[in-house]
Design a protein around this ligand. Structure first.
Ligand SMILES: Cc1cc2nc3c(=O)[nH]c(=O)nc-3n(C[C@H](O)[C@H](O)[C@H](O)COP(=O)(O)OP(=O)(O)OC[C@H]3O[C@@H](n4cnc5c(N)ncnc54)[C@H](O)[C@@H]3O)c2cc1C
Length: 476
């Protein structure tokens, strides 16, 4: 049995690592000359900048991947309960954790707190039709909670537009709690009592001491020659076999045992590689292109998944030139502030080794689904916007000593209204019609790094279980 993984982001490398651990001979094709996908780190003059995700929650699957990479000692964790802030009415306001939001802090006014209390003591039912996140929050808690809490929060996770993100697509447990308990807060408390997954303490917020990309580099080193860098896959087809009618197209249900032909390299010098299993770990727009011959329907559904662009702007300042104490996680920005800045993480307050002793390292985000245009500006203009907005918020009196920008035209998948349904259709079409074709990635079951690893591991385990023997890969 032969297996090919397309894409060496965290999804592809986690899947390949697990397959290799289970004794499979696996080949990973990555079109870039480096592994990591959107995860990239860069050190300069004593500053360590993350150009993609700044940190991750160390879920059990991710912790296992780190162990397999031999990097357990390299995990650094953020202080527990580092305060978080929201910029509202021109001031950073602390966000009280959990139920304390009902009684403390000045983020929410009395009206919003009463709405929260009403949820706790009263009863409501969700409407029949699917609601957007914004519709849900406004109906339950009012415009201020949307502006100052839910809006910034979804900017921080999805860089998304709450008017388009679907409630059931993003936070299905909120919908369930209202339907079953008539209250979000009572639902959350019941889940906590029963020890459900949404009630377990969130895993520690962590990063890799040498930069998050070091995890991916260690995985690549472990996989050795099976990772082929600078090799772009251009097409995936069903291979000629006694049981498939024609190469390149599978009829309504390809039998088990079908093999795939994977075309690699530029058209003029392309080569064919065959495999019994193909793990598609490239983003959906690319997956759509590669699978277009196999199933136009699948390609159309994959191509319809939206991504928001994000620019990550790393800035390093001398400590003495920043008045704010930067004690905490960082801040998000209320929508009504009308700023370009979505938020800033105070990286040197969370993790060691991010800046020289006398300096601080700040990671800011602009763009997202509500302001894609900003990411199309030249890097100097993006940097100028960020430093001009950061200045008065944090009391910064000088230009940054060091800067770095990570630009992602397709940064984060948007779990907009209907996303779950679309994903169900994609899975039915891909995995039921083409046994041996497996999809992994951040658009399927959650965009967090830990969710990607979890899906990648389960996919690898399924492949091994289906075959009952170690799969292998061979060039045609
Ligand atoms: C700015 C930003 C901030 C984030 N913040 C967080 C955070 O705080 N916490 C968190 O948990 N997660 C965060 N995430 C999300 C998380 O980082 C991603 O969901 C995850 O890294 C995606 O990994 P992936 O392997 O699925 O996809 P990708 O990283 O996109 O990897 C896909 C790979 O496929 C390759 N590829 C594409 N086409 C081909 C082809 N034809 N042939 C061969 N190879 C191909 C690409 O080059 C790429 O290497 C963030 C993401 C971004 C962009």
């Amino acid at each position: 049995m032969r297996v090919i993984v397309i894409g060496a982001g965290i999804s592809g490398l986690a899947c390949a690592t697990r397959l290799a651990e289970r004794g499979a001979a696996v080949t990973v094709f990555e079109r870039l000359e480096r592994v990591g996908g959107v995860i990239a780190s860069s050190a300069r003059n004593g500053f360590l900048f993350e150009l993609g995700p700044q940190s991750f929650q160390l879920t059990p699957a991710l912790a296992e991947l780190v162990r397999t990479a031999g990097l357990e000692s390299q995990v650094v964790s953020a202080p527990l309960r580092a305060p978080r802030y929201v910029l509202a009415h021109g001031r950073l306001r602390s966000v009280p954790m959990g139920p304390q939001i009902l009684v403390s802090g000045d983020l929410l006014g009395l009206g919003s707190r009463l709405r929260l209390l009403r949820d706790l003591l009263g009863r409501s039912a969700p409407p029949e039709r699917s609601e957007s996140l914004a519709e849900f929050v406004e109906r339950k808690f009012g415009a201020e909670v949307l502006d100052r809490l839910a809006g910034p929060f979804v900017s921080g996770i999805y860089a998304g537009d709450p008017r388009r993100l679907g409630l059931r697509d993003t936070f299905p447990e909120l919908y369930r709690w209202e339907r079953e308990k008539g209250s979000i807060l009572r639902g959350a408390m019941a889940a906590a009592r029963s020890g459900g997954s949404s009630a377990r303490p969130r895993p520690t917020l962590s990063a890799m001491r040498g930069g998050n990309a070091s995890l991916l580099e260690a995985l690549r080193a472990k996989l050795g020659d099976s990772v082929k860098l600078g090799v772009s896959v251009s097409r995936v087809r069903v291979a000629e076999s006694p049981s498939s009618a024609a190469a390149g197209y599978a009829g309504p249900g390809t039998p088990r045992g079908t093999t795939f032909t994977v075309e690699i390299g530029a058209p003029a010098e392309s080569r064919l590689v065959t495999a019994d299993h193909v793990v598609m770990a490239a983003p959906p727009a690319e997956a759509a292109r590669l699978l277009a011959d196999l199933s136009p329907r699948l390609a159309e559904s994959l191509g319809g998944i939206e991504y928001a662009p994000v620019a990550v702007v790393g800035t390093g300042y001398r400590r003495a030139q920043v008045r704010h104490p930067l004690a905490g996680f960082g801040f998000l920005v209320a929508r009504s502030e009308n700023r370009k800045l979505l938020g800033t993480v105070w990286m040197s307050s969370l993790f060691p080794g991010r800046a020289p002793e006398d300096s601080v390292n700040l990671a800011s985000f602009v763009g997202g689904a509500t302001d894609p245009e900003t990411t199309t500006l030249p890097p100097e203009a993006i940097l100028d916007i960020v430093t001009r907005e950061l200045g008065p918020i944090l009391g910064i009196s000088a230009a940054p000593a060091e800067t770095m920008i990570g630009l992602h035209r397709k940064a984060l998948p948007q779990y907009n209204l209907g996303h779950r349904q679309r994903v169900a259709e994609i899975r039915a079409e891909a995995e039921e019609r083409f046994p041996g074709l497996h999809l992994v990635g951040n658009y399927l079951e959650g965009l967090a790094t830990g969710a990607c690893v979890d899906l990648a591991f389960r996919t690898a385990d399924r492949i091994v279980a289906e075959n009952g023997e170690a799969p292998r890969c061979a060039e045609a």
